[in-house]
Write a protein that binds this ligand. Structure first.
Ligand SMILES: [Zn+2]
Length: 283
């Protein structure tokens, strides 16, 4: 491990620029940061030593927590959401109007998602571009951009839910690993539970589907789990995914059973209530 930074922040006194209001007298703080890893903190207070990671600031003693939180809060980037229509997409009918509406939708929904998917010390990207391109497939999001197929927009001009799905990926910014089915499940959960909760769903085959199928199937499973087992499941999952600490055993703690058992129970519910034609969800 290469230690790229080692800071010693002794308490207060002007030499370090901290006032008594920020770091209380008698507290010594060591901070170590290695590359992209969360910073490791050692807090020494009244002879007691507490070790914490940057992702566990809630466990810090009351006296230093506000100071630590301010230290790890990156000042918010101003909103800057723009669109660009590539030459290949310029002939798509109505694309300019559609693009403008997509930007408006992102401006409206970004703050909601930012709040819903908030974790300590993290501010999601607020500057990104929505690019329209003639291409196969539907859309994808990557750092600093959402790319949307102009052919898809022509074929499905009512598909605003797709924009929300991609916007969720911008806000998620999961950079520490974790399974793709959870990332995609959360994106579609927000689409189907929050953005268009009344929209009809694609049908599915409960004998072949699995929670790892991602997208709508995982999303509807998460909706059922929140209604029946764990009300804030998705927000908890988001925290784990953002900090790179997700593990399947989380479901045992949060929902009272392992994933396979929960899935089997959900499939029984779908069949008993004949919900296959509405994607496994009650209308
Ligand atoms: Zn996606």
């Amino acid at each position: 491990m290469k230690k790229t930074f080692l800071f010693l922040l002794t308490l207060l006194f002007s030499a370090y620029g901290f006032s008594q209001e920020t770091l209380p007298r008698g507290v010594t703080l060591f901070m170590m940061k290695t590359g992209d890893e969360p910073a490791k903190l050692i807090i020494i207070q009244r002879g007691q030593q507490i070790e914490l990671s940057e992702t566990e600031l809630d466990k810090a003693p009351d006296s230093v927590r506000p100071y630590l939180k301010s230290l790890f809060t990156v000042p918010p980037q101003p909103f800057d959401i723009t669109y660009r229509i590539e030459d290949s997409a310029k002939d798509a009918p109505g694309i300019e109007e559609w693009a403008k509406k997509a930007v408006e939708l992102c401006v409206e929904w970004h703050p909601k998602l930012e709040k819903y998917l908030a974790t300590d010390g993290f501010t999601p990207p607020r500057k990104f571009e929505i690019i329209f391109r003639k291409m196969e497939g539907v859309a994808f999001a990557t750092q600093g951009m959402i790319v949307i197929s102009s052919d898809w927009v022509t074929a499905r001009p009512d598909d605003w839910g797709m924009v929300i799905h991609e916007l969720v990926h911008i806000v998620q910014s999961y950079r520490r690993g974790g399974p793709g089915w959870v990332t995609e499940g959360i994106a579609d959960y927000i689409r189907h539970a929050q953005f268009e909760p009344k929209a009809p769903m694609r049908s599915f085959n409960p004998d072949r589907a699995k929670y790892t199928d991602a997208f709508q199937i995982t999303a509807v499973f998460f909706i059922w789990l929140e209604e029946n087992k764990c009300p804030d499941l998705v927000q908890q999952l988001n925290k784990l995914m953002r900090t790179g600490t997700y593990d399947d055993t989380f479901f045992v703690t949060a929902c009272g059973a392992d994933l396979d058992t929960l899935w089997a129970e959900y499939i029984t519910y779908v069949k008993e209530n004949n919900l296959q034609s509405n994607g496994g969800r009650r209308r």
